[in-house]
Design a protein around this ligand. Structure first.
Ligand SMILES: [Zn+2]
Length: 264
């Protein structure tokens, strides 16, 4: 029997989302390499910018072919977890943990499955207020205070108002600080990816700077509520804040709202 695929606004068929078929599949050779490199980074306490062993050393260390090693390193490079300097004196360096890369990967899944920008907004509106609630509930009052201190005045975003990229990065900085306060790294990484995907994809659709004052004001108020430790209020305020941004996008997106999330 033919499976009915979901369809997007343009009427093209999406791929049905599988139901757990790969949960128990064994790792491929390149994935084993990636896992071992990540384990080594942690075991040795390496930090971003620290060097990893040379390719020849790692081939020996992990007992894999040069091809598998390179493929494994490539998997990590795409995720920003390592960077590879090419040329003489080059080699792999430890990178960062950046949920924006997870968001980019998710965009492939979303697009193939026919997930829309409207659905992405729903996920964002679900996820980020939860992070705000958890941040305000963080039991370490001194940590809440120090993490939110840069945002209590609203100066940070004022400075960078002229350049959209810098403005969006600054805006993201606040949301990243809130997510870090949530105290749950799984939520921090996965939930933040939605907001970063929204920022990355829609920064040019509607210029959020047109509601800059509202957004900056929201951040100052939210930072205050998180410092004060009021989870319920923080959650509600974050939802209102995101709704302002979503409404701005909705107004200028029209049919795009029902389009599949793109790989940018
Ligand atoms: Zn914001």
């Amino acid at each position: 029997m033919r499976q009915v695929s979901s369809r997007n606004g343009s009427g093209s068929a999406a791929i049905p989302i599988a139901t757990g078929g790969s949960v128990l599949r064994p790792l491929k050779a390149a994935e084993v390499v990636a896992r071992n490199v990540v384990r080594a980074i942690r075991a040795q306490g390496l930090q971003p910018g620290d060097g990893l062993p040379s390719e020849a050393e790692m081939v020996k260390q992990y007992g894999v072919s040069r091809e598998s090693l390179r493929e494994g390193l490539r998997l990590l490079e795409v995720q920003g977890m390592i960077t590879i300097r090419r040329g003489p004196g080059g080699g792999p360096l430890v990178g960062t943990v950046d949920s924006a890369n997870l968001g980019r990967m998710e965009a492939l899944y979303f697009h193939l499955a026919g997930a829309t920008y409207g659905e992405l907004f729903d996920a964002w509106l679900f996820a980020e207020p939860t992070l705000a609630r958890m941040a305000a509930a963080n039991p370490d009052a001194a940590l809440r205070e120090s993490a939110m201190a840069p945002y209590l005045s609203g100066d940070v975003e004022e400075e960078a108002h002229d350049d959209l990229d810098i403005y969006v990065s600054g805006h993201e900085g606040f949301h990243g600080a809130v997510a870090a306060l949530s105290g749950n790294k799984v939520f921090q990484v996965t939930f933040r990816a939605y907001g970063q995907l929204v920022a990355h994809h829609l920064a040019t659709v509607a210029d959020v700077r047109t509601i800059h004052q509202t957004l900056a004001h929201d951040h100052v108020k939210l930072a205050r509520v998180i410092v004060d430790g009021d989870p319920k209020k923080a959650e509600a305020m974050m939802r209102t804040h995101l709704t302002n941004i979503v409404n701005l996008h909705r107004a200028s997106m029209g049919d795009l709202l029902e389009d599949d999330v793109e790989w940018l």
